[in-house]
Design a protein around this ligand. Sequence first.
Ligand code: PRP
Length: 189
Amino acid sequence: MASPSHPDIERVLWTEDDILGRVAELASQISLDFEGGSPPLVVVGVATGAFLFLADIVKRISLPLRVDFVRVESYGSGTESSGAPRISSDLKLDVEGSRVLVVEDIVDTGHTLSALIAHLRSKGAVSVSVCTFLDKPARRKVRLELVGEGKFYRGFECPDCFVVGYGMDFNELYRNLPYVGVLKPKLYS
Ligand code: PRP
């Protein structure tokens, strides 16, 4: 395992190589599962955290697809979910009749995805799948109900600690780290 290159990082959980290897595996699986064309696939990234994962994974999915973003506010500037997410920036594309793949950086309580899945269902998506880079099942508060033939993909199971990098932030910093690391607790406690 590589040593942390940023002084605020206590330890690295996944290096850039670990991440890109896993992203390639996920993209292959998704390409197989969604092969066959119709209805069209829309990949929806959840801003801001998913921006690097979304960019890396869509480059490796060998299918025609469209890309859009939503913004869902849930954490503010703290480390705990408010439990009442709000869709503050909606899709540009019409997803009625489409298969949707939501791309997230992390699922924690599940409140954000649960609200987003309900929103996509109400917009007429025929299926809603989820591909999250990290999953923290120990912290789940709500069960995720996928839509139609929707599938759930995850890159890695994440231990219950505060992680940053590869899109994930604390106070909007650290998103540009190419690896995922544990933030030193003294920085937020
Ligand atoms: C993070 C993350 C997920 C959500 C997961 O977003 O990107 O969207 O929290 O938490 P939950 O499962 O408990 O709802 P955040 O609100 O921090 O915004 P960001 O993507 O802009 O960092």
